[in-house]
Design a protein around this ligand. Structure first.
Ligand code: EPZ
Length: 420
């Protein structure tokens, strides 16, 4: 199993390009199931999760042609089954995103019920309840979600008890081909939801209100092909900006979306970073200073994103003062803490709150990645720790960060991948 070997103590300095957003690419690839016309999706990140989604579409009989720049052309006209099998779904929960498009376009779907994952039980009850409200017949047998509808789904008014990103995305996609109007209330406002909506609109969907908590969709008979570039990854961008802050360095992230990280940028400024922005770049300059501890409370967009929580626990672990981090979205998203304690961090977790007392230096140690964003926070901790850190199980990192050692290496980090 690959490991990352990092020697800490270098201030990062330089320019790095943001890759396409994993969490926009996954629903957009699923949306290609809504038309039989050719679709080209550009700016896809070269990540394991993207490969898994392309494998899933291929296993349904779709034509998948990937070029060297990770643009992909999809041909759904050759689809010959509507199944998402357990062996693929268990490796990537986001496979659930094919459910809405399959039922809406083909009238049926068999999708393995995604299990929980390291960060929580991750139920999909809101996805299923929404599809039932639109007239789908849903049953769960032998671990599979079996969904079907005679004719077309019907437009419906759907209120989400909880803000759910992929739940909003699944029902947004399903509603584009439904008969009549669908109103999604208490919908997710994440930029990735907006990117999906913009892609659907480029395919001929009639959508209004995306980016707000109420999305209205007028169903159409059919959608046509499109060529669509995926938005830049705001969480990867935020991770590199925190890397500058934690090492006292200066990093500019280019080809990124300045408007999707307001809550994160304001916390970086509160931590003492100098933050500047251009049309498509964001720069953090820590000017060699140690950051000040900040308090974080995660919530749906536009509030502070849960996917940046672990990175700020790492920042607080070497900051001046004490930072309180409250995780309100997932029930078990502090697994990075136990690994950081091995590096000398002073963190106390009680329920959904972590109290982080900043210390002068962390010490390198062998640690283990547990989930995608937790593993990124271990890289950040290792960058600023004394000595060597070896991070095991880095397949978690490869799911969400493209060429991580090349990108951090280009910023001056002493980082290499140890193959074994
Ligand atoms: C998406 O997951 C992202 N994944 C996650 O990113 C991200 O952390 C999360 O949104 C929150 O922003 C993708 O977009 C592929 P939710 P999702 O449904 O949609 C509860 C990463 O690191 N809920 O918004 O699965 C749920 O338990 C990943 O890239 C229900 O109760 O998250 C959670 O407490 C990790 N019933 C809350 O809602 C449901 O039917 C928010 O979950 C659905 C969700």
């Amino acid at each position: 199993m690959d490991k990352l070997l990092i020697t800490g103590g270098t201030r990062l300095n330089g320019v790095v390009r943001a890759s396409g957003a994993k969490n926009a690419a996954l629903p957009i690839l699923a949306a290609t199931l809504l038309t039989k016309e050719l679709i080209t999706i550009k700016n896809l990140p070269h990540l394991h999760d993207i490969t898994t989604m392309l494998e899933l579409l291929g296993s349904m009989g779709c034509g998948v042609v990937v070029d060297e720049k990770m643009s992909v052309q999809l041909d759904v006209s050759t689809l010959n089954n509507c199944e998402a099998p357990y062996d693929l779904v268990k490796t990537m929960r986001a496979s659930i995103l094919v459910l809405g498009p399959l039922v809406s376009h083909f009238g049926k779907a068999v999708v393995s019920l995604p299990g929980g994952c390291a960060i929580g039980s991750r139920p999909v009850d809101l996805h299923l309840r929404g599809l039932e409200a639109m007239g789908a017949k849903i049953s769960v047998e032998g671990g599979d979600i079996i969904a079907s509808v005679d004719g077309r789904l019907k437009g419906a008014r759907i209120f989400f008890d909880k803000v759910t990103v992929t739940g909003t995305e699944n029902l947004l996609m399903a509603a584009t081909l439904a008969d009549g109007k669908t109103i999604l209330e208490n919908a997710a406002r994440e930029p990735e939801v907006v990117d999906l909506a913009e892609c659907l609109i480029s395919m001929g969907a009639k959508i209004k209100g995306h980016g707000t908590d109420t999305i209205t969709i007028e169903g159409v008979e059919s959608l046509h092909g499109t060529t669509y570039p995926v938005m830049p990854d705001r969480i990867e961008t935020g991770t590199f900006l925190v890397a500058a802050a934690i090492t006292g360095g200066k990093v500019r992230v280019i080809d990124t979306n300045v408007k999707s990280l307001e809550a994160v940028l304001s916390k970086l400024e509160e931590a003492g970073a100098k933050v500047t922005c251009g049309d498509n770049w964001i720069e953090v300059d820590m000017e060699g200073r140690r950051p000040d501890a900040v308090n974080i409370s995660t919530a749906p967009y536009p509030a502070f994103p849960t996917d940046m929580q672990a990175q700020f626990v790492a920042l607080n672990s070497i900051a001046n003062g004490v930072g309180r981090v409250i995780e309100n979205i997932f029930e078990n998203r502090f697994m990075h803490v136990d690994e950081m304690l091995r590096m000398g961090a002073d963190i106390e977790v009680s329920g959904n709150t972590a109290i982080v007392r900043g210390c002068e230096r962390l010490k390198g140690a062998p640690v283990m990645a547990t989930d995608l964003r937790a593993s990124a926070s271990l890289v950040l901790s290792a960058l600023v720790a004394e000595g060597d850190t070896k991070i095991d199980r880095i397949y978690h990192i490869d799911r969400g960060y493209e060429c991580i050692e090349e990108k951090f290496g280009a910023l001056g980090a002493k980082i290499s991948r140890v193959l074994n």
